[in-house]
Write a protein that binds this ligand. Structure first.
Ligand code: GLY
Length: 357
């Protein structure tokens, strides 16, 4: 059993994290437990949780529809109403059992309910293990903007049950691997070198652990993302906009898939701004082409993507600010990027997708 110490809480890793969960629940005397999950995590993970954690037999279960389209104010309102009806007091524990949608929204719900109740995350997807469950970002989508309403509130503990990894589909594994590759690109050349030739992601458990260690360093240095933590947004300015524009269409992408689009486009921008070499760009593109199935972004979406980028949370004083690579394993924050370069980067992305080599 391994654990990473974060800001006042631990991220527990292992095949039997329930032992740690049981001692956490024994140590902290909560009045009520609310498990927020979606249909998938309820179906695949709830019975195991209950079998191993008898204290949770009295827990109230709140099940939401899976997917990003649930991550909104209406769902939050329904959950707050349920919590009020069931007399959830300030000594309630919210347990987020699920992927990024569940932990982002469940964390937000807990962070403002009666001015804040405790919550813990039990991530069930690789994406949420690698990113969403650690670091305290909570939030929902609003006005077609991703995560635009939210708080930074740290969970009381995170329990990463690595047994879940073996039950993930290939698509879900790759979805999470995108965030781990991002961590490698912005902060660890050694991890990048290992991952770039492991197209089948055979050692994903090791990469995951390293990636959470790296993420945690950024979070500890800069919990409220005023400075160095912004590096973790590499690939996300364009990635979030692409994800939002395609949401609900036939071409809808998972978060990690959109971040791959964003990382290719933003690596191109890094190259155009002379921050990385053509060799670096080619190395990044070749790894992504070998590991992922890439789909083009139709040019009809470019204007909408551009408009969303103008509203990005990282912008300041009307300037569109990106986190770009300045070499493989290192990132430069607060980089001004003109709209024309964003358009060229999406055209470059499409040329990469169409190039058969
Ligand atoms: N998802 C990036 C961060 O937590 O800062």
């Amino acid at each position: 059993m391994k654990a990473i110490a974060s800001i006042g809480y631990k991220v527990h890793f292992g095949k039997n994290v329930f032992k740690e969960l049981n001692s956490f629940l024994t140590k902290n005397k909560y009045s009520k437990y609310f498990v927020i999950c979606d249909q998938n995590s309820f179906h695949n993970c709830y019975t195991e949780l209950l079998t191993n954690c008898k204290k949770l037999q009295s827990a109230e279960i709140i099940e939401i529809d899976p997917g990003e389209s649930s991550k909104n104010l209406d769902t939050c309102a329904q959950i707050w109403e349920t919590m009020l009806e069931l007399n959830a007091d300030r000594n309630t524990l919210v347990i987020n059992l699920g992927g990024g949608v569940v932990s982002d929204m469940g964390g937000f719900i807990a962070s403002v309910y009666k001015r804040g109740v405790d919550f813990i995350n039990i991530p069930t997807t690789l994406l949420s293990m690698a990113d969403a469950s650690v670091g305290g970002k909570t939030g929902i989508d609003f006005a077609n903007l991703k995560n635009v309403i939210g708080t930074i509130t740290q969970p009381k503990a995170v329990f990463v049950n690595i047994n879940y990894l073996s039950s993930l589909s290939q698509r879900d594994t790759k979805n999470g691997a995108a965030e781990i590759l991002k961590m490698a690109l912005v902060s660890d050349k050694v991890l990048w070198k290992r991952m770039k030739s492991d197209y089948e992601l055979k050692s994903i458990g090791e990469y995951l652990y390293r990636s959470v260690e790296l993420k945690n360093r950024f979070v500890k240095k800069d919990p409220s993302e005023k400075n160095v933590r912004k590096a973790l947004n590499f690939g996300h300015t364009i990635g979030h906009a692409v994800e939002a524009v395609l949401l609900g269409t036939d071409d809808e992408l998972l978060h990690g898939e959109a971040v791959i689009v964003g990382m290719i486009a933003e690596s191109f921008i890094s190259y155009k701004k002379k921050l990385i070499t053509k060799n670096d760009l080619d190395e990044i593109v070749s790894c992504f082409k070998n590991t992922f199935t890439l789909s083009p972004v139709h040019p009809q979406h470019f204007t909408a993507i551009d408009l969303l980028i103008l509203n990005d949370k990282k912008n300041s004083n009307g300037k569109v600010l990106f986190s770009l690579l300045d070499k493989i394993g290192s990132c430069k924050i607060n980089q001004i990027v003109p709209a024309i370069l964003v358009k060229s980067s999406l055209e470059y992305y499409n040329s990469v997708v169409h190039d058969k080599n």
